[in-house]
Design a protein around this ligand. Sequence first.
Ligand code: NAD
Ligand code: DAU
Length: 336
Amino acid sequence: MNIIVTGGAGFIGSNFVRMILDEHKGTYVVNLDSLTYAGNLGNLEGYIDNKNHKFVKGDICDGRLVEKLIDEHKIDAIVNFAAESHVDRSLVDPGVFIDTNVTGTLTLLKAALEKNIGRFLQVSTDEVYGSLGEEGMFTEQTPISPNSPYSASKAAADHLVCAFGHSWGLKYNITRCSNNYGQYQFPEKMIPLMINNALNGKDLPMYGDGLYVRDWLYVYDHCTAIWKVLTETEPGTIYNVGGNNEKTNLAVVNFILDRLGKDTSLIKHVKDRPGHDRRYAIDSTKIMTELKWAPSVNFEEGMSKTIDWYLQNKKWLETIVSGDYQKYYDSMYANR
Ligand code: NAD
Ligand code: DAU
């Protein structure tokens, strides 16, 4: 199978590309990524020159390029990870989220339809369902009700994907996953940000009361779920993917501090994120029963591996935080 993976130099996309090259050797991957601040060829170290991998620097909004790649490489499927992915940034500058997440996805869909691609897999998020109270879980039937510009743009993309299936028979799947953690995550997201700050003895900025709940999934397990949906399902289906690991932010950060041997006095409660979703929890029954998917690690194992990885890859982290990251950090946190 020949596939285009978009956003394959980002956090989850690069983990997905490495998984394929390691474990599914009959697959050829064209990795299309525009290398925004979140894209990093360092995430693909040791894999760039793999004979089953071709990296192309380009924008998913460039329809001509996408069609050329489909023809040139006889593409069977597209897996779309490319996105602006950080909620906080979407609250500062929503426009680019519409450009990539909505217009970019539309561009890919048009190319996939025009070239009669066998499968289009949209990597979506549980955030399209909005927020939960203390009870309940998101199922695939939960109404779409996004709250941030990021989740609104992802929801719009999901609707477009379904509309292309409904109107013109595009063969699609959508996966909606909960919060991922693991190696190569950009340190704007909570877990790597807290690890980096703790390692450097800096304050850990905890939004509001810190009792917001996320359902954490180890990134490799998200990748195996996507692979199963891509290769083992009929088109036209949507699958939730989650870790069944509901944790408050405070519990996650305390775990990190404990593992690093640092003091909880580093935690500083700061001004909350506007419109902050209180709780996410995913019901993954459908993918677990229909596709026999299950996470390979529990939260403690996955987090231990993750923290060890950041400790062993300080150079990767230092390279990132030495660039524009400091400006970003100051603009987000200096007066919080
Ligand atoms: P990321 O920000 O780490 O990576 C995004 C990648 O997309 C980067 O490599 C970037 O360069 C690339 N990109 C951005 N705009 C592009 C464009 N216009 N053209 C081509 N490439 C472009 O994101 P991530 O955390 O790896 O998330 C990947 C996908 O998974 C996203 O669609 C996100 O919505 C979804 N998702 C993420 C999570 C999570 O917890 N991180 C959970 C569920 C779903
Ligand atoms: O649920 C899936 C989503 O998870 C994905 O679709 C998004 O792409 C991904 O970014 C993530 O969104 P969140 O907003 O949940 O992740 P983030 O890491 O930004 O925040 C996790 C929680 O931690 C959230 O309640 C906000 C809080 N937080 C975050 C940061 C960056 C803090 O308290 N302090 C921080 O500095």
